[in-house]
Write a protein that binds this ligand. Structure first.
Ligand SMILES: *[C@@H]1O[C@H](CO)[C@@H](O)[C@H](O)[C@H]1NC(C)=O
Ligand SMILES: *[C@@H]1O[C@H](CO)[C@@H](O)[C@H](O)[C@H]1NC(C)=O
Ligand SMILES: *[C@@H]1O[C@H](CO)[C@@H](O)[C@H](O)[C@H]1NC(C)=O
Ligand SMILES: *[C@@H]1O[C@H](CO)[C@@H](O)[C@H](O)[C@H]1NC(C)=O
Ligand SMILES: *[C@@H]1O[C@H](CO)[C@@H](O)[C@H](O)[C@H]1NC(C)=O
Ligand SMILES: *[C@@H]1O[C@H](CO)[C@@H](O)[C@H](O)[C@H]1NC(C)=O
Ligand SMILES: *[C@@H]1O[C@H](CO)[C@@H](O)[C@H](O)[C@H]1NC(C)=O
Ligand SMILES: *[C@@H]1O[C@H](CO)[C@@H](O)[C@H](O)[C@H]1NC(C)=O
Length: 293
């Protein structure tokens, strides 16, 4: 009998694997009904009940069995009536599980599959905060990001709302993480309100509104170091030459350098006029690694 049970487990596992490949456990032909209270997607840590009701021709089930991820459950099963049993879980913490149930029918050698269901647990989304939109120079995109907060474990979608302050026209973009919005589609002037709505099966939250001006959010492209030379003198002097890739004037630039013997980066900030090839002079201590912008 034990051997048969093991075989059956293998068969049902393969069967379920096969069903998943073809569109989920819900696609299997059910001889009955399985349902979850309070819901198939629920808040992590809840107590849940899974009900299984058999509707098998010519079968008054002797016993009903529950399986979670292919493993037979042995505790917390209550037979409610002739056709239905309930499995109870306290403080359910798994983000995903596949449940199915079977019946032992008289005169049947094997258990008969009743039905299966995928269940999920997670959290409602946090309020999205730190909404930030930038345009990397020459990218043609406005990239908006935000802090989504804690992991929800379940499918969570974000709707980015972009509303022109001039035309009042509002556009919405659906995404699962950040969003790139083509700058060509921002035809409603320079000023916009941006906010993010987060939603999943357990709840919905909305961020505060961010006001942006397209000219203020451009991130200039990085400068390219073309050459560095060190001049021998009483005090060693290093000259860094760079080419600016940006067309924006009056940007502030910072340079970082460090000694190979010291983990700390030294940062030097300066305002520049990028119309011409730049150079700048540094008096560095010995053992300085190539600087970075
Ligand atoms: C489910 O039932 C339908 C119709 O009775 C049948 O065509 C199909 O092959 C069955 N699928 C499985 C996986 O048994
Ligand atoms: C789950 O059930 C236990 C025992 O019955 C109870 O103490 C606990 O409060 C319940 N938890 C929730 C979240 O309902
Ligand atoms: C058995 O219990 C289930 C769940 O409470 C109910 O839906 C079903 O109608 C009951 N069946 C019978 C035959 O009483
Ligand atoms: C702009 O965004 C689009 C859509 O996300 C992407 O296909 C494209 O590569 C981005 N452009 C650049 C320059 O990164
Ligand atoms: C979005 O745009 C940024 C910058 O233009 C680019 O690096 C990134 O690959 C883009 N992402 C997608 C998904 O297109
Ligand atoms: C700098 O001086 C050192 C020692 O006097 C010498 O070895 C080195 O070649 C000089 N470097 C240059 C670029 O002149
Ligand atoms: C490393 O550099 C920092 C900043 O210049 C300096 O304050 C610190 O004393 C240096 N540490 C060592 C071990 O030289
Ligand atoms: C940038 O520098 C050039 C040459 O020194 C000068 O002609 C130009 O007016 C400067 N531009 C600005 C915005 O300061």
């Amino acid at each position: 009998m034990n051997q048969v049970t093991i075989q059956w487990d293998a068969v049902i596992a393969l069967y379920i694997l096969f069903s998943w490949c073809h569109g989920g456990i819900t696609n299997i032909n059910c001889s009955g009904h399985i349902w979850v209270e309070p819901a198939t997607i629920f808040k992590m840590g809840m107590n849940i009940s899974i009900y299984c009701q058999a509707a098998i021709k010519n079968c008054q089930p002797r016993k009903l069995h529950f399986y979670k991820n292919g493993i037979k459950e042995r505790f917390q099963i209550t037979r409610i009536n002739k056709t239905t049993a309930r499995l109870w879980y306290k403080n359910f913490l798994e983000p995903h599980a596949s449940m199915y149930c079977t019946a032992e029918c008289p005169k049947h050698f094997q258990e008969t599959l009743i039905c299966g269901k995928d269940i999920s647990s997670g959290y409602p989304p946090d309020i999205p905060d730190e909404v930030t939109c930038v345009i990397y120079e020459y990218s043609g995109n406005m990239t908006c990001t935000w802090n989504a907060g804690k992991l929800t474990y379940i499918d969570t979608k974000y709707v980015v709302h972009v509303k022109s302050l001039e035309t009042e026209e509002e556009q919405q973009y659906l995404t699962s993480s950040y969003i790139n919005i083509s700058t060509d589609s921002l035809q409603g002037g320079k000023k916009y309100l941006v906010w993010v709505q987060a939603a999943n099966a357990l709840g919905m939250e909305e961020s505060k509104q961010l006001q942006i001006h397209l000219d203020d959010i451009v991130i200039p492209s990085a400068a390219v170091i073309s050459r560095a030379e060190t001049i021998n003198a009483t005090v060693p002097k290093t000259i860094i030459y760079w080419d600016s890739q940006t067309t924006i004037e009056k940007v502030s630039c910072e340079m970082r350098y460090k000694a190979t013997t010291n983990q700390t980066w030294n940062v030097k900030e300066f305002d520049t006029n990028f119309t011409y090839v730049q150079q700048s002079e540094f008096y560095l201590e010995p053992n300085i690694k190539a600087p970075y912008f």
